[in-house]
Design a protein around this ligand. Structure first.
Ligand code: PMP
Length: 395
């Protein structure tokens, strides 16, 4: 029999350095339970997925109800499936008026692919601007716009015509010109170790895109659905994208993504005879039912209203000489340490003591704090006690 580690080596490629390889059997609310029944506080939410916590009864019920109707009938074409219509209508009702056309995908990476293709079709241009330390997914197009040379060099050749500029640097915006099809940017950078841009910067970026006829793609795959303290992160900055990318929490725990654009832009994908974007399972009815239920709970229970005070509590409690700084917005936080080695020791200690956290793909010396939005003050205090104790124990 292969060991657990051998069985899942590929899936866990980023995490095989962990001394612990935990097998989880059950999860509820902010807790995950291993095979022995030990409870762990979840401070990562499956990387921004489980915003309502695990096993939310309303979401599970919506999944069960849809399972009794059908799972999958037809891809896009002459037919649409009712859960897609209901979820698209709900999304449009909470989005700015220009974002009316929803294309559902299976994942965040697929939403990125669709958006890049749409930007090329609509503008007739090929050049793309992306950002240092960005992360947009693992498929070839998404890798092409990832701002980390080390992680992508083995996969070249990638998409041509991608230029990287510095995040939050107004001086670099003049590299966007009349040949640029699109700018793809995370509204709040996630895997860079949570980088929040200045409002003036995003507004200048919006202006520059308008001036040059460039489409602004905001990747909110990690930051949307209340994570930063607003339903969509762009609401903090007074900027509206031409194309919005969603996934992760969008499916309420099920695999679902979308790229969303105005009708007149989205229509470019339909012009014949060139193929637009086709997906068999994108917008799966069970996933749309789960996602719609999750969004209803998020809004109806007003869960986003408490995010800022929970952010403040983490920031108040996490004070320690080992901490170099805390960055982020809402419950999308990064705690920075001196080195990767120290961060890893602290993280391992946290996991061994019942708190699940990790580091960032492009920022290995920072620890992720991204719990389900339903986390209580008592649970935050419990998690912070474990983290502070880990800092005392590790050097
Ligand atoms: N964009 C961002 C900002 C992400 O954080 C991620 C996933 N970490 C993706 C895109 C890719 O999403 P997926 O893993 O669903 O393909």
């Amino acid at each position: 029999m292969p060991t657990l580690r051998q069985l899942f080596l590929a899936n866990n490629a980023q995490t095989t350095d962990f001394p612990l390889l935990l097998e989880f059997e059950r999860a509820e609310g902010v807790y995950m339970f291993d095979k022995q029944g030990k409870a762990f506080i979840d401070l990562i939410s499956g990387i921004g997925v489980s915003n309502l916590g695990h096993s939310h009864p309303y979401v599970i019920n919506a999944i069960k109800e849809q399972l009794d109707k059908y799972m999958h009938l037809m891809v896009y074409g002459e037919y649409v499936q009712t859960p897609q219509v209901r979820y698209a209508e709900k999304l449009i009702s909470v989005l700015p008026a220009n974002l009316q056309s929803v294309y559902f995908t299976n994942s965040g990476s697929e939403a990125v692919e669709g958006a890049l293709k749409l930007a090329k079709r609509f503008t007739g241009r090929q050049q793309i601007i992306a950002f240092h330390h960005s992360y947009h997914g693992s498929t070839h197009g998404a890798l092409s716009v990832m701002g980390n040379e080390e992680f992508k060099q083995a996969y070249r050749p990638l998409l041509p015509g991608v230029n990287f500029i510095r995040f939050n640097e107004i001086a670099d915006l003049d590299q966007i010109n009349n040949e640029t099809a699109c700018v793809i940017i995370e509204t709040v950078q996630g895997e860079a170790g949570i980088q929040v841009p200045d409002t003036a910067y995003l507004q200048a970026l919006r202006k520059r895109c308008d001036k040059t006829g460039t489409l602004l793609i905001l990747d909110e795959i990690q930051a949307a659905f209340g994570r930063t303290g607003k339903l969509f992160a762009f609401e903090h900055f007074g900027v509206v994208p031409d194309i919005l990318l969603l996934a992760k929490a969008m499916g309420g725990g099920m695999p679902l993504g979308a790229f969303i654009a105005p009708h007149h832009i989205m229509s470019a994908l339909k012009e014949k005879p060139i193929l637009g974007h086709i997906t068999t399972f994108g917008g799966h009815p069970v996933c749309c039912s789960a996602g719609l239920a999750a969004l209803e709970v998020l809004i109806d229970k007003n869960l986003i209203a408490t995010v800022a005070e929970k952010e403040a509590l983490f920031k108040k409690l996490l004070v320690h000489p080992q901490i170099k700084g805390i960055r982020g917005k809402g419950l999308m936080l990064a705690v920075e340490f001196e080195s990767f080695d120290l961060n890893k020791k602290i993280i391992d200690h946290c996991i061994a003591n019942g708190v699940i956290t990790d580091w960032f793909l492009h920022c290995s010396n920072a620890m992720r704090i991204a719990p389900p939005l339903i986390i209580t003050a008592a649970q935050i205090e419990e998690a912070c006690r474990v983290i502070l104790d880990a800092m005392d124990q590790c050097s």
